[in-house]
Design a protein around this ligand. Structure first.
Ligand code: PLP
Length: 387
């Protein structure tokens, strides 16, 4: 069998090695606490699960959805108005996605041709780079450095690169660095995109998971944003609906129209009961989100207070469901440290290098375990002798 050359870019690399080591540890009867994958596991509100179950019992809901129902589009438009003060035309400025990951990967096929250039953050959430790669795009990495509070410095992008770039992906609150961006960044971003005629994709998966008095809104709130790009949003983290696969692409009507056309050739739309569940979630009292946020704060406090006590100096994240931590200087690479941490502490994290060259020197921990397990992580780190 001969497979496509493009698949050669997608090796399993460090994840396969980590998975094998985890399996081996478990076979030896040792405990492994896994903080490597950012799969949210706080369930959705009861009333959302009830609607999904009721709608799933209706035979008429098993037809192809084909498109988004007007009820869903209206609800999303109301959500953006209520939450972000952004006006969106339900018909032309909103498209549902089978999770934002699906849209973030497929949209490149509508924006870029073989050999063209995309600007992506470094480190970045993998699909930001993998989507363009699938479409045959070259990548230019925009560093997110600690000295700039992990915010991209647009003025550092060489003019010839900016002239060649077709589109760029940005995302704050940021996975993996947990950074948030100031308003001035978004103003600069719109001006930059206009100057160089670059389409902006802003991924806003974590605007509700922001802690410590910070606030995040939407890229589309900024003047001129809709002229240059779109935002991706998701109900996965906000409403605990990760497995139901509910995301949206919103904003510029040309970009939205192209992704709709592409998707009409790829899938038959979101299962109707899931569209109903999405509507129910968006109508939920906001206290649901506050409960989720508080659950993450409890995990953060348990983990970070414990790690600091164990000698690993780590800052509490301002946002997201991750912790981004510098590795001890004695380790040559984040991969080496990750393997040592798994071996000596039974704690599995993701090496920063898996997110791009500028992720080297860090690891990412996902806040996916109970507060008790988070405390155990810190105890195990302390006992490991690594710090
Ligand atoms: C930054 C970011 N964007 C998008 C996604 C994908 O979310 P969804 O479940 O909507 O596909 C994730 C998931 O971890 C994420 O961290």
């Amino acid at each position: 069998m001969q497979f496509a050359n493009r698949m050669k870019q997608f090796g399993e690399g460090v994840f396969a090695r980590l998975a094998a080591m985890k399996k081996q540890k478990i076979a030896e009867g040792r405990e492994v606490i896994d903080l490597s994958i950012g799969a949210p596991n706080i369930p959705p509100p009861q009333h959302v699960m009830k609607i999904l179950a009721e709608e799933a019992m209706k035979p008429e809901n098993y037809v192809y959805a084909i498109t988004d129902t007007r009820e869903l589009l209206n609800e999303v438009s109301d959500w953006y108005k209520r939450r972000y003060s952004v006006d969106l035309d339900p018909e032309t400025e909103i498209c549902s996605l089978l999770g934002s990951q699906e849209g973030l990967s497929h949209i490149s096929l509508t924006l870029i041709d073989d050999g063209e250039l995309t600007l992506v953050p470094d480190p970045c959430y993998p699909v930001f780079a993998d989507g363009p790669r699938i479409a045959g795009s070259g990548l230019y990495y925009m560093p997110q450095k600690i000295e700039n509070d992990y915010v991209i410095k647009l003025s550092d992008i060489p003019a010839d690169i900016a002239h060649r770039a077709k589109f760029m992906v940005v995302s704050y609150p940021n996975n993996p660095t947990t950074a948030i961006a100031p308003e001035s960044f978004y103003e600069e971003l719109v001006a930059f995109a206009k100057k160089y005629d670059i389409i902006v994709l802003h991924d806003n998966a974590y605007s509700e998971l922001v802690f410590g008095g910070y606030h995040c809104g939407s890229f589309l709130e900024f003047k001129g944003a809709k002229e240059v790009g779109v935002e991706f949003n998701s109900l996965s983290k906000t409403y605990g609906l990760a497995g139901a696969r509910i995301g949206f692409c919103l904003g510029n009507r040309d970009v939205v129209s192209y992704i709709k056309t592409l998707k009409s050739n790829m899938d038959y739309g979101m299962f109707l009961p899931i569209q109903k569940a999405a509507i129910a979630a968006l109508r939920s009292p906001q206290s649901v989100i506050e409960t989720t946020r508080n659950a993450y704060i409890e995990k953060i406090d348990a983990l970070i207070d414990g790690l600091n006590e164990a000698g690993w100096k780590v800052d509490k994240p301002k946002a997201t469901m991750f912790v981004w931590a510098a590795i001890p200087k004695s380790f040559a690479s984040s991969e080496e440290f990750t393997l040592a941490l798994l071996d000596k502490a039974g704690v599995m994290v993701t090496p920063g290098s898996a997110f791009g060259p500028n992720g080297e020197g860090f690891v990412r921990m996902a806040l996916v375990q109970s507060p008790e397990n988070m405390r155990r992580v810190a105890e195990n780190v302390k006992a490991s002798g690594l710090f």
